[in-house]
Design a protein around this ligand. Structure first.
Ligand code: 1PR
Length: 562
């Protein structure tokens, strides 16, 4: 049967972004249908199972939809299945993430939480998948994993790679994340599954999907030979380079990418005072994908308060962008409980996030609401109450979609003080860049509403509370540095990095390639973000990456790009 005649199905249980997968399959010229009923399993020639979110949620959803047993029967029938991420994990016997929820048990073994002592968790970014059968002629396996390719991983739980026992029969590739080697793809007869996301892995991922869809699974005959040991699996995680697009309506009502100088997005009065217009959101995002961006962030900086949420233009921006961009997309702005202008339709933050995910986002970023949540967290703690009560957007989105889907966007500014005692109990640093009156100390004040209102909360308080509440990543801006091209605020970034064990994205102030290398070398951040220099074409993404590479910083190469 040719690929165009076969019936390809997608098994969705309603969590996270499956639109990316649909878009990737369409981009490859194929049609895919949702499994809607138990009968659809009988029709399917191939199934892709793109799990996103939490293990327990996935298993409960599979059971309550009545799909768990038909899925097992489908697998037993010998027809091909490709699992992705949690869609791979649920094939195991169980997971530390939801100890009381058994998995499908197709593969022997358990999914365990990463050890946080030596690294940030989640494991988030582009890493290699190394085929473990040493004698395998890679080219004779279908689907083929590219030896030099990088794939996008995002997960807090993984199956440790041992290379012995039952694993000899099913592990196809392994990946190193600092001190741990984990299983990154499995393969037994008709079941192939990856821990990484091919639909988010640029050209390399699309090629892998294409070979699953268009060809018969072929495993090379030499798979009985020697396996690589965990020590043979090399570290290959790259530092992500992220392009950020601040989006808002201009005075003519058009949606534009804009860029502030220290958050002021209007031209000076003598230039007319208009909102700076640096291009159309989807076009610009596509350009960055083509140029090798590892990730793209859209920040809706006005939140379109006068529209019903379903009409917010950002949903359409995401839909269009995700049709042609196959790297992770983050969306921020307005992720909070809100009410439509009719005063009736209430949107809990978790539903707002859900609409964004269904429209093509992989992560949502939360700004103002995270500050309020952190303030409640510390207040409850001070009052001797349990600080986690499940009421915040962070907790609810993390519970439903996984903590990797929740980014905290921090908008701090420096407050200079003469002595630490002047800082009203805030976490203070001694700065090498004294204040306007020679102050030797400063603390970083969190702001809300796009920097318009300062709060009595410092960045340490914010990030520590948000990590405890379930956030998966910190996008660390700095109002003093934003748009200045003067380099990142290394003091802020290294201080914040030391306070959390989730990944940190350095943002604000990048002006030349040296700034990116400097912040990575001095703070060990997992990702670097810039806006202005990319929008104004002052420095191409490729120039940033090649400079970083020259400095010995691992990056995803352009060949893997699109
Ligand atoms: O509070 O949850 O609705 O989220 C609002 C979001 O919009 C926040 O993420 C906040 O950072 C963002 N935002 C609000 N107002 C502005 C503004 O500029 N007036 N943009 C704004 C913040 C900052 C960065 C920027 C970097 C790099 N943009 O993301 O891209 O500073 O810039 P550079 O490389 O040019 O220096 P909520």
């Amino acid at each position: 049967m040719s690929a165009s005649e076969q019936k390809l199905y997608l098994l969705d249980y309603g969590a996270g972004n499956v639109r990316s997968l649909l878009n990737a399959v369409e981009k490859l010229g194929h049609r895919i249908e949702y499994i809607k009923t138990v009968e659809d399993f009988a029709q399917a020639d191939k199934i892709i199972f793109p799990g996103v979110g939490a293990f327990g949620y996935a298993m409960r959803a599979l059971k309550s939809s009545g799909f768990a047993e038909p899925l097992k029967a489908y697998i037993a029938s010998g027809r091909p299945l490709m699992g992705i991420c949690v869609g791979m994990q649920v094939l195991f016997e169980g997971s530390d993430e939801s100890p009381s929820e058994p998995g499908l048990g197709v593969f022997e073994g358990r999914v365990e939480l990463f050890d946080k002592r030596l690294k940030s968790v989640p494991h988030m970014g582009w890493n290699a998948a190394q085929v473990v059968h040493q004698e395998n002629a890679l080219t004779s396996a279908v689907p083929e994993i590219g030896e030099d390719s990088r794939y996008y991983f995002v997960h807090s739980y993984a199956v440790p790679y041992t290379g012995v026992g039952a694993q000899r029969g099913y592990v196809h590739s392994a990946t190193r994340y600092v001190d741990q080697a984990v299983v990154s793809s499995v393969w037994s007869r008709n079941v192939f599954a990856t821990q990484f996301h091919p639909e988010k892995s640029g050209a390399a991922g699309l090629a892998l999907l294409q070979s699953f869809i268009e060809r018969d699974l072929v495993r090379p005959p030499s798979s009985a030979g020697e396996l690589r040991t965990p020590e043979d699996i090399d570290s290959a995680l790259t530092v992500r380079v992220i392009a950020c697009l601040d989006v808002r309506a201009n005075d003519q009502g058009d949606l534009v990418v804009t860029k502030g100088d220290q958050y002021d997005v209007r031209e000076s009065a003598d230039m007319g005072g208009d909102v700076r217009n640096l291009g159309k959101p989807v076009d610009l995002a596509k350009r960055y994908y083509d140029e090798g961006a590892d990730e793209i962030a859209f920040l809706n900086i006005t939140s379109f308060r006068n529209l019903p949420f379903r009409d917010t233009p950002m949903l359409e921006v995401l839909r269009q962008a995700s049709r042609s961009i196959f790297v992770p997309l983050t969306i921020g702005g307005g992720v909070r409980d809100s009410v439509d202008p009719d005063g009736e339709h209430v949107w809990p933050a978790v539903q707002v996030a859900g609409e964004y995910f269904r429209s093509g986002a992989d992560k949502v970023s939360i700004g103002s609401d995270a500050v309020y949540a952190a303030e409640r967290y510390w207040q409850r703690k001070a009052e001797g109450q349990e600080p986690l009560d499940g009421s915040t957007a962070i907790e609810q989105i993390a519970e439903r979609y996984g903590r990797q889907a929740v980014v905290i966007s921090v908008d701090p500014r420096r407050v200079y003080v003469n002595t630490p005692e002047d800082a009203n109990d805030h976490h203070v640093i001694r700065t090498a860049f004294p204040g306007p009156n020679g102050e030797q100390y400063c603390w970083y004040q969190c702001t809300v509403k796009g920097g318009r209102e300062g709060r009595d909360t410092d960045v340490r308080q914010l990030v520590m509370a948000c990590e405890a509440l379930g956030a998966g990543e910190i996008l660390l801006n700095c109002m003093d540095k934003d748009g200045t091209n003067s380099g990142y605020d290394i003091e802020l970034i290294s201080d914040t990095k030391a306070a959390v064990s989730i990944p940190v994205i350095a943002s604000s102030g990048a002006g030349k390639p040296e700034h990116f290398a400097e912040v990575v070398e001095q703070t060990a951040v997992e990702a670097v973000l810039a806006a202005g220099i990319f929008h104004r074409r002052e420095v191409p993404i490729a120039a940033v990456k090649s400079y970083m590479q020259e400095q010995g910083i691992p990056i995803r190469s352009a060949e893997d790009g699109v």
